[in-house]
Design a protein around this ligand. Structure first.
Ligand SMILES: Cc1ncc(C[n+]2csc(CCOP(=O)(O)OP(=O)(O)O)c2C)c(N)n1
Length: 514
């Protein structure tokens, strides 16, 4: 067995099943090993940011890592923005980065670069393999690190000769450490705070936002009156019928500070203290009021679910009923066409167990309330603020579970970053419906321009925030990649097109033109 073959078998042993690839010459032995073996599903992305975003989406739904297969430093660089988003989502990902053969490095050939230097910022762990015989063990460690809670990114740099040289036998899966339990003191403090009579809020994210975590939080809310909130941007939240409601912290400081202004005590579960997405001149960075005490019930690495369950016990609230959402779909709009009408249709037609990937940006204001009591679904958000994640993440989510309808709600500006994702959706026949909010501008930046105090209505300034000249035609763009696409510019047209997309399987795109 050569290094690539033994590495592949090692990764299969560790339960890794999918590879999102954009390879080059230095990865040919890995491509060949994957192709010959056929146990690993390999999916071509036409840009490395598609591969890394897809691996993120896959991890969020499958709860385990996929591979990216990338071409040296430039390939990794192209993948980095969506690896950043994945890292902020605590998505497990294993990057395989090909490099020049060990003996070729010294010539500093054109593609030579500091791959380790590029790996550090987007990885929890990276390693350059020294020989083919070291590759299987390194691959097993990469899988182990990726699967270690809360989910990590490992980057394995593989010189070409380490892939093609004779290697040793594949390595069995290494044990993955269990999530750490929080100590008793942490539970005791939280219980005391909740019984203290002071106004106490609980802010949750990550693992705590699964169906079970939300139900435990609802029990705590019912037993103590504590207000429960979640971060603005969260990897995945269980929503809709039968799930328990959670209030999302607003994006703008004006919203979030008002939501938290009465808090005397803030308990954090699987997240950090809430701060602004950006600083604004003269405004505080912290969203919580001055003098508010903070208690970290569970860090993101620790077992939030177990901590919440022990807290429910400590509050004697195990018999308290969580408040579960009753199905109540919004009525369809027939009036003015825009984000509100679109949100109503999404909430109305969303099928059971759908995955919603949200990069709707400013067009998403109505989506939360309109889908609150829809069919049960999972909601995925942009955790790292690097736009262009939605289309690739939708690929990965659909690959992770092909039985679930994926609905990707995307701003037109963000969509152009990784638009070649549409091609992979068609090629893999993924059940993804993409809705493009075609407002033909960087609307959020037009808002931010005045919020940061940089007021300028100069046409040259506004030109940098406008997408209207020339106009993007997403129907033609999609059709150019073989994707069935339509434009809707009335509520009626959108309702009909979205209903049909929800009833039929397979990839399609609706350009919502308003
Ligand atoms: C990688 C990256 N580049 C640039 C930005 C800055 N940025 C934030 S939102 C945005 C425009 C989003 O436009 P669109 O998706 O059309 O949504 P809209 O603001 O119109 O609602 C840009 C360029 C970013 N967040 N990430």
């Amino acid at each position: 067995m050569n290094g690539a073959e033994s590495m592949l078998q090692t990764l299969l042993n560790a339960g890794v099943e999918v590879c999102f690839a954009n390879p080059g010459t230095s990865e040919m032995h890995m491509v060949s090993a994957i192709g010959k073996d056929q146990s690993m599903r390999s999916i071509l992305g036409l840009f490395e940011g598609v591969c890394s975003g897809a691996a993120d989406g896959y991890a969020r739904i499958a709860g385990k890592p996929a591979l990216t297969l990338l071409h040296l430093g430039p390939g990794l660089s192209n993948a980095s923005a969506n690896l950043h988003n994945a890292k902020k989502a605590f998505s497990p990902v294993i990057n395989l980065i090909g490099d020049h053969a060990t003996y070729h490095k010294k010539y500093d050939a054109p593609l030579n670069s500091d791959i380790e230097g590029l790996s550090g910022p987007i990885s929890h762990w990276y390693q350059t393999v020294p020989t083919a015989s070291d590759l299987p063990q390194a691959a097993a460690e990469a899988a182990q690190v990726a699967r270690t809670a809360p989910g990590q990114i490992s980057t394995l740099i593989i010189p070409a000769d380490c892939a093609w040289d004779e290697s040793v036998a594949p390595v069995a899966a290494l044990p993955v450490p269990a999530r750490a339990s929080v100590d008793d003191e942490s539970i005791k403090t939280a219980a005391q705070w909740l019984k203290s009579g002071k106004t106490t809020y609980i802010l949750m994210s990550n693992q705590a936002l699964c169906e079970e975590g939300l139900a435990l939080a609802s029990q705590i809310n019912n037993a103590t009156g504590a207000r429960i909130l979640c971060d603005t941007f969260t990897p995945l939240v269980a929503r809709g019928e039968g799930r328990c409601d959670i209030e999302r912290l607003g994006y703008f400081a004006e919203q979030a500070t008002v939501q938290l202004e009465a808090a005397e005590q803030l308990i954090l579960v699987g997240t950090k203290a809430p701060v602004g997405f950006f600083a604004y001149p003269g405004k505080a960075s912290e969203f919580y009021p001055e003098g508010c005490s903070l208690h970290q019930l569970a860090t993101v690495e620790e077992d939030s679910l177990e901590a919440l369950s022990r807290l429910v016990d400590a509050l004697n609230a195990t018999a308290v009923e969580p408040a579960r959402i009753q199905l109540a779909k919004p009525s369809l709009s027939t009036g003015e066409f825009g984000p509100e009408a679109i949100a109503a249709a999404v909430g109305h037609f969303l099928p059971t167990n759908a995955v919603v990937v949200d990069e709707s940006a400013t067009s998403g204001a109505f989506l939360g309330p309109m889908t609150r009591a829809s069919e049960p679904h999972d909601w995925i958000s942009l955790t790292g603020g690097s736009i262009g994640y939605g289309l690739p993440v939708s690929i990965g989510a659909s690959v992770a579970d092909g039985d679930r309808k994926v609905v990707c709600l995307h701003g037109d500006g963000g969509a152009m970053y990784t638009i070649q994702s549409l091609w992979t959706m068609v090629r893999e026949n993924l059940d993804v419906c993409v809705v493009i909010f075609a407002n033909r501008k960087y609307q959020i930046l037009q808002v931010e321009l005045s919020r940061v105090g940089a007021q300028s209505m100069d046409p040259n300034t506004l030109k940098m925030l406008d997408l209207g000249n020339p106009e993007l035609d997403f129907v033609k763009i999609a059709e150019g990649m073989g994707l069935e696409a339509t434009r809707a510019d009335t509520a009626k047209a959108f309702n009909d097109q979205f209903a049909s997309a929800m009833q039929n399987r397979g990839p399609r795109l609706i350009e919502a033109w308003f």
